[in-house]
Design a protein around this ligand. Sequence first.
Ligand code: ADP
Ligand code: MG
Length: 253
Amino acid sequence: PASGSVILEAKNVTKRFGGLVANNDVSMSIQAGEVHALIGPNGAGKSTFFNMISGVDDPTEGDVRLMDKVMGKSPSRDFAALGLGRTFQHVRLLGQRSVVENVALGAHRRAHKGWIASMLRLDRGEEAALLAEARRQIERCGLGEFADVPAASLALGQQRIVEIARALAGQPAVLLLDEPAAGLRHLEKRALADLLTQLRAEGLGILVVEHDMEFVMNLADRITVLEFGTVIATGTPTEIQNNQRVLDAYLGG
Ligand code: ADP
Ligand code: MG
């Protein structure tokens, strides 16, 4: 997609759990070539929103559009096929498998039943192509020297980048990252920010749900702030840092 074009859009999305309104009329978009951060206090509705825009859960009202297609009750793999890649809040790697095997799993879009089952259905040519694509993504993410070591032997910051490489192996146009900086050391955060800056320059649209404000303020092009399920502000980091309502609700405390 051309830089600045909308890849993923939520229009007037409301999510209710019984009487609780977890997302209330939320609209936001993610464009090609931007990092958009979603922030807000605990319980604000960030994970609920993330689940809806990644196809894990459906809105009660409103809709989610991916590449201009209105997504209905679609399983996550349909979102992946349309160009969405994601990572999870907690690292989900097969620790004893090599980095390249873990990333190859992401290159195989139908690989939702696990490594063995999916791999058994591939012929050798297909498997070789997946592994080659996985190596390409690992190089792209700067982890080439670790391609053949067990994933569990890497530091947390590197494991997070392996998860990004795995998402990239599905050829996404938009990448959704759930708290990618959580628990990382300072230098690991820098490496992660450098990678996301590179991917943005390559034209990806990136959404990060993140609590680390220094990380967000240094990286994001736009920030959307949720409070009690409602968007209370959208803007540049400077605008958000000077928004009185945001300061009162979140940043001031
Ligand atoms: P955040 O990720 O910003 O901390 P969540 O989206 O997890 O917020 O939660 C928003 C609100 O929705 C909270 O009050 C939470 O308890 C509620 N909630 C989230 N998921 C469910 C669910 N599956 N069933 C009932 N309530 C939920
Ligand atoms: Mg959450």
